[in-house]
Design a protein around this ligand. Sequence first.
Ligand code: ADP
Length: 448
Amino acid sequence: MTIRPVRYIWVGVLATLAFLVLLGGTVAALAGLQAALIAVLFAMLLVGWHHLHNLQKLALWTREPIGTPVPRALGVWELVFADLGRRSRLAYDMRERLSAALERFRDASQAMPDGVLYLSEHDVIEWVNRKAEQHFGLDHATDLGVPVTNLVRQPEFVHYLAAGHYVEPLVMLSARRKGLTLLVQVIPFGDDQKMVVSRDITQLEKLETMRRDFVANVSHELRTPLTVVSGFLETLMDGWDDFSREDVARFLKLAHDQSTRMQRLIEDLLTLSALETGAPAPAEERVDVAGLMREVFQQTDLLSAGRHEVVLALDGDGVLLGSQKELHSAFANLASNAVRYTPAGGKVRLSWRCDEEGGEFAVEDTGIGIEPQHLPRLTERFYRVDLGRSRETGGTGLGLAIVKHILTRHQAELKVHSTPGQGSRFSVRFPRARLAAPALQAIGSKLT
Ligand code: ADP
């Protein structure tokens, strides 16, 4: 039963009075008035001591940590303590629930892939998650309670925060980590409080730059041959009669070469785009490596037109699991590069071999070679060591980018070793999982 606090007094007073009257009456009847007075006085002292003692217990209990059980008591104090105990338990449970909710909220904020920073009045840091610590170079152990602009001092951030127009996010470079680009958004809430969310957009920025460069490169690559073709046509239109048949034939041949170049470029772009958007290469198609290599060898020999010694070396046959069309395109690209970048009289060697770790296709040449600083960038779209030579030999600058995509789709790895002036070796390693049974049998027989 719950008794409201104000009634405790009446219950106590009535119980005490009843006790004293009963005691006084009984002692007076038995031992006279004087004895009754002494007994009542003594009883009042006892009652007073009981209340003071319980008051003392109450005072001590209030200093204990929240959740400490209430002291035991008798009489009206039992009711008081029971009520207090109930309330204390409720408050304790509520506090536990609130702190668990706060903990969950903090864990969720910590797990967020974005940086989160809570600022109280005057932009003082109230809380910061790990990502925001990394993005802004903050430390929650030392920086809580410090105005954020004392620590993140980049002018663009300070102005953005002070301006108060947070509709558009701010793009800024992190002062802490070089090359890190951040997208910062401020969300005001409550009474002059702010949540600052920071996102790492370095990769997105890179992709955007690549996209811009790509569009610029394609436009540039198409504009050059197009200018030549339209120039010829204009010249011919302006003075058809001024040119001999031979001149016209020469002009037409040049215009045709340029249009072939544009066609090649567009074909390569389409191939690249198909590869970029496509799923991984199929594993069901069984590609006979020896047959494929012979085909590539014949095309390479044809391209060389007797200017090089072209050699084919097959160490065991094999069956690759993948796309015949794509593998042909990759191998032929590497082989045609070897011919195009090897002066007449040089040697081009195509080879295939299997071992216990997988298969390796390689193209070696004794050509012009490549300086080491260019090697990491060779597979970038439109990257050429020597633009003039690439164009002269009909290159689009997309060949190795296509090769790389095809190889990635086949889980294969491209390696390039080159010595300027001496030649290059482009090798492709296929994992064992891409080799079908006959190739594995070939390995088995070699090992025994
Ligand atoms: P391209 O159409 O210009 O040949 P690629 O993507 O096939 O474009 O090759 C990129 C660049 O790599 C070439 O422009 C060339 O400078 C260099 N390269 C590729 N293969 C060879 C090679 N076998 N020998 C020397 N340089 C090469």
